[in-house]
Design a protein around this ligand. Structure first.
Ligand code: BES
Ligand code: ZN
Ligand code: ZN
Length: 497
């Protein structure tokens, strides 16, 4: 996909050359040679306002033979002093969208035009390839095929004066991050009838085969033996068998210091007997967004092979209604032995995650990060652009927060107090209550999962608001976002000792 060249970009025959334009006092300071080839006409275009360095502005300039490249695609980057890698990705996203419309199969980039004091070539290269993967993502969907195959960009030449090997490595990391995110997007965009628990398990098996992970898929009978009463209760009303999916990545000799990634894998959430409304039920195919985030991160881990043990656990089922379904007032016993009074069958995520967290510990997880489309409450609290977090461990949270900064994904922590925990433990007849009321209910949902983490350092990420979007952006279409894939992967990579 990417080829790095240390040659000057000016004399290259390319169909389209992408060039970054910072708002600097001398606009063509580092692009002088290019402007000269155009007899100063580019400077004129800037003066006239046809070419703008305003952030996210994109302008296509035909070269008319002034240089061998057919056209130049300028992308405005704003003030150099305020350059920020996530803003750079966004600006690049607009450029890729524009270049896609041209129906090209190859592109080139003058990478050094994006480089500035805060953004060295390696950072720019990572941003470039990640933005390319994200911005050009499409969910194929199920419309009857059109006769014309859509052209794809298959080759990108990156011109830079920086070290070619290091640049190529950074391009690879960025691209893998983008691809892992896109895989999660596709899983989330896939409708519930086409992605059952068994399909999710088959997908995990494919990943395991590709990357040499150890894989274990627990069937219903094994879950019964292990006493996974919480996952089994949620599955009771379903025609589809549940699956407890475990992937192990062990680069170390010893199975110690293990990161546990746990993802909610509800392939469709009707709410069960606490039935959702007609409009509330639409979109609930995305209720396996946590599972998708974990699987996307595992793909990145499989590609980049950090020296860090990881176990991924995904409890997978749908949440349906039938004569067999679990009901409000039921009391169930989780794998941990804790009993749970079910007050709301629509609070099913915390139930399946209770057993998954216990099972991840059983598999030796020494810290836990769970990711889940857990509560509507987190959307009320934080909107649709922030992932809500809870924790029982300051240091682990700081590490995850750091990873989220690096990945450019916004997370915000909610409190979890002793009083909150008391409400979760407020059932008159069982150890826990799965729905202590709507007040602070994002905290109630996450805090419930924390009861099963017990003393193990744990961070909870509620992506109910961020897993999908109804608005297309520079870095992806409307639909699934792949939220938290890059944060999880960046966290694991940062632990690479
Ligand atoms: N899957 C939903 C949460 C959700 C809501 C995800 C909206 C994405 C968009 C979850 O299982 C749920 O239904 N939660 C309930 C919990 C309540 C009954 C305590 C909720 O948030 O309303
Ligand atoms: Zn629910
Ligand atoms: Zn749910």
């Amino acid at each position: 996909m990417f080829k790095v060249s240390n040659q000057s970009f000016i004399q290259q025959e390319e169909s389209c050359l992408i060039i970054g334009l910072y708002d600097r006092p001398l606009k063509f300071e580092r692009l002088e040679e290019l402007d000269q080839a155009f007899d100063g006409q580019l400077t004129e275009l800037v003066k006239e306002g046809d070419l703008s360095a305003k952030r996210n502005d994109v302008a296509l300039v035909p070269s008319f033979g002034n240089v061998p490249a057919k056209r130049l695609l300028f992308v405005g980057l704003g003030k150099e002093k305020q350059a920020d890698v996530h803003e750079l990705k966004e600006a690049l996203g607009y450029a890729f969208k524009r270049s896609r419309k041209l129906g090209l199969t190859s592109l080139a980039v003058a990478l050094d035009s994006f480089v500035c004091e805060q953004l060295p070539a390696e950072t720019a290269a990572h941003a470039f390839s990640e933005a390319f993967a994200l911005a050009t993502y499409e969910f194929k969907g199920y419309k009857q095929a059109s006769n014309e195959p859509e052209k794809q960009i298959e080759q990108i030449t990156v011109y830079t004066e920086a070290d070619a090997k290091e640049t190529a490595a950074a391009l690879q990391v960025g691209y893998v991050m983008g691809q892992g995110t896109n895989s999660a997007r596709t899983l989330v965009n896939t409708p519930g009838n086409m992605l059952t628990a068994a399909d999710l398990a088959a997908y995990a098996e494919l990943l395991a085969e590709k990357y040499g992970f150890e894989v274990e898929i627990l069937e219903k009978e094994e879950m019964e033996k292990l006493g996974m009463g919480a996952l089994l209760a949620v599955n009771q009303g379903s025609a589809q068998p549940p699956k407890m999916i475990t992937l192990k990545y062990q680069p170390k000799e010893e199975w110690t210091n293990v990161i546990g990634l746990v993802g909610k894998g509800i392939t469709f959430d009707t709410g069960g007997y606490s039935l959702k409304t007609k409009s509330g039920i639409v979109g609930m195919k995305t209720d396996m967004g946590g599972a998708a985030a974990v699987l996307g991160a595992m793909e990145i881990i499989g590609e980049l092979k950090p020296d860090q043990n990881v176990v991924a656990v995904i409890p997978a089922t749908d949440n349906m209604i039938s004569g067999h379904a679990f009901k409000p007032d039921d009391v169930i016993t989780s794998m941990s032995g804790k009993t749970i009074e079910v007050l709301n069958t629509d609070a099913e995520g915390r139930l399946v995650l209770a057993d998954a967290v216990t099972y991840a510990k059983h598999h030796g997880a020494s810290c836990l990060i769970d990711v889940a489309t857990l509560t509507g409450g987190v959307i009320v609290a934080l909107g649709t652009d922030k992932t809500g977090a809870l924790t029982n461990n300051e240091e682990l949270f700081e590490e995850v927060l750091e990873a989220s900064f690096e990945a450019g994904e916004f997370i915000w922590r909610l409190p979890l107090t002793e009083k909150d925990k008391q409400r979760i433990r407020s059932s008159a007849i069982a150890d826990l209550n799965n729905s202590p009321g709507r007040e602070g209910h994002a905290i109630m949902g996450g805090g419930f999962i924390g009861e099963f983490a017990e003393g193990t350092p744990w961070v909870h990420l509620d992506i109910a608001g961020t897993a999908d979007t109804n608005q297309a952006g520079a870095l992806g279409p409307a639909g699934a976002t792949g939220a938290m894939v890059r944060t999880l992967a960046t966290f694991v990579l940062s632990r690479n000792e």
